[in-house]
Design a protein around this ligand. Structure first.
Ligand code: ZN
Length: 450
């Protein structure tokens, strides 16, 4: 049984001093506060819960930083999507596993402890299922096992290019299923994650663009796990949904599905005050992806109003252009400041913004992708210790704000399921994982330099 003594730790009740944690069989067995360290304890200055990253498309890590060149006309989400489809068409199962391993390693180093993989690259490049239709899901699972991150696998159902059951585009051929084929895939995915420590499986109808109402109901009925769906990321998508159904996507989902605490609406960017209240009242988690939403020019989610309405938020890295827990949280708060011309929007009155951001992301992340949140008995032993060595002058009650906003504090050690995977800020297998990623990336560059 490992024992960690933290001079300070972020508990569900707030920051606590002299916290002694015992870890057993992948979970936190006991939490004692005001406790002196004992000989043999592993000692750290500041320990946080490692946060769930609720929304990832792993293969997109391969194109990070390669789509920042302006095209002949104005660029937007849809022109980016064309590039994303192109690189996705070239990736083999080996490429996907190597890229996912690199990505998941970077997530652990950033202080994330679990990933919700919204997995939609299913078939071979011609659009035909692999001999094992879950080949790509297996590669994702293997990457998570190699790296040691908790996996919530969310196989994606994708059937149409647009509202009204429009046939899929040629560029979408690797994603497409009918409901029966998808049901088989979900059964395989459930078997695959059952072999992983702490593995969770759910379903992800891609978006209201990509599924009909009947398909949505059938897909949701296939799983007792989390249900994730993209919603209201783009104004054009909201307008098309309104024209087609008479309601914007989030309102349509609230009116026509049993959406509740099992559900996570990814983005939910363009919503009105009724939708803000509706999502909050139903207990649906809003899965926000602040860096990707900035990178793609999506818009700004009304996080301040949503939290005030009692809503739950979680963080995802989505396109995986930049893997950083603290920059996700900082970008979320800054987007609120820019839109409201105010400061410390997310904080409780009189409270720390960094602490609230971390607390909400931890609780919402656990709710959205499985597991119990926070540093508490019975919760998964997913923990991150900060490196406080460079700021010996900093009072502990300012440390989380400094971590999120000032950038002078790094993540030092990360445990996932009680196993230490990151030491001194580096994943323990970094060199091998990085070498495999570099080889895959070189190979992809030969096919398509982007
Ligand atoms: Zn997404």
């Amino acid at each position: 049984m490992a024992v960690i003594h933290a001079r300070h730790a972020l508990l569900p009740s707030g920051l606590a001093c002299n916290v002694r944690l015992t870890l057993s069989a992948g979970t936190i067995a006991t939490v004692e506060t005001g406790a002196a360290p004992l000989p043999g304890d592993e000692r750290h200055e500041m320990v946080l819960p490692a946060v769930g990253n609720v929304h990832s498309h792993a293969f997109q890590r391969a194109m990070a930083g390669l789509t920042e060149l302006r095209g002949p006309s104005a660029d937007n989400f849809w022109s980016w999507r064309r590039e994303m489809y192109r690189i996705g068409l070239n990736m083999s199962p080996e490429h996907v596993e190597a890229v996912a391993a690199q990505l998941y390693m970077e997530m652990l180093e950033a202080g994330f402890g679990r990933v919700g993989e919204f997995h939609y690259l299913h078939h071979d490049p011609s659009g035909v299922p692999y001999a094992d239709p879950a080949e790509m899901a297996l590669r994702i699972a293997e990457a998570s096992r190699t790296v040691g991150i908790g996996l919530t696998l969310l196989p994606v159902f994708y059937a149409h290019a647009d509202f009204g059951g429009a046939p899929p585009l040629a560029g979408q051929r690797r994603y497409i299923h009918d409901v029966d084929g998808f049901a088989s895939l979900v059964a395989r995915c459930e078997a695959i994650v059952a072999e992983l420590p702490g593995g969770v499986c759910g379903v992800a109808p891609h978006s209201l663009r990509a599924v009909t109402a009947d398909e949505l109901a059938a897909v949701v009925a296939l799983s007792a796990g989390p249900v994730h769906i993209h919603a209201a990321e783009q104004v054009a998508e909201v307008e098309r949904c309104l024209a087609q159904t008479g309601a914007p996507p989030v309102q349509w989902l609230l009116d026509n599905t049993p959406a509740d605490g099992r559900w996570c609406f990814i983005h939910a960017t363009h919503i009105d005050a009724d939708e803000v209240r509706g999502i909050a009242a139903r207990g649906v988690v809003a899965g926000l992806c602040p860096i990707t939403e900035s990178n793609l020019g999506d818009g700004i989610f009304p996080a301040g109003a949503f939290l005030e309405a009692g809503g739950r938020i979680a963080i995802g890295s989505d396109s995986n252009v930049d893997i950083s827990l603290r920059r996700e949280l900082r970008t979320l708060e800054y987007s609120q400041r820019l839109s409201q011309r105010a400061r410390n929007v997310i904080a409780h009155p009189g409270g720390s913004t960094g602490q609230r951001l971390l607390h909400e992301a931890s609780c919402g992340g656990a709710a959205a992708i499985g597991g119990m949140a926070g540093i508490a008995p019975g919760a998964p032993a997913d923990l991150a210790a900060l490196d406080m060595a460079s700021v010996p002058w900093l009072p502990a009650d300012k440390a989380l704000d400094h971590f999120v906003f000032a950038g002078g504090i790094g993540v030092d050690t990360v445990w996932c399921g009680g196993v230490r995977r990151v030491e001194g800020g580096r994943h323990v297998q970094r060199d091998a994982i990085e070498a495999r990623f570099a080889a895959a990336r070189h190979d992809l560059m030969r096919h398509d330099p982007l």
